[in-house]
Design a protein. Sequence first.
Length: 107
Amino acid sequence: MRVGTVFSLFKALSSDRYKFQLYALGGVDAEANALAVLLLAFMGTIGMIAIAIGLIAFAIFSVVYVYRDAKRRGMNANLWLLIVLLTGLIGLIVYLIVRRDYPVQRY
């Protein structure tokens, strides 16, 4: 459901003229059904925002982890940061496979 549709539905619920049309079309339950649709659209939006925040947090964590770990292992940290930043999960998996060949350096 698009945002414009949600706003149109909200406008329809707040106007007496549209309430009459809703009752005419579906009886008393029509307004309750419209409110349920509005609530589901809102929950879907919140869920999508939560998923986006989670993916962004995972991307930031991955990039920081790869940069710090590559630096500790004596690898080119900037190159790996760029690879993971551009390729995401695939770059992280490749890094985790390649890093086995580079032991942690003690200073």
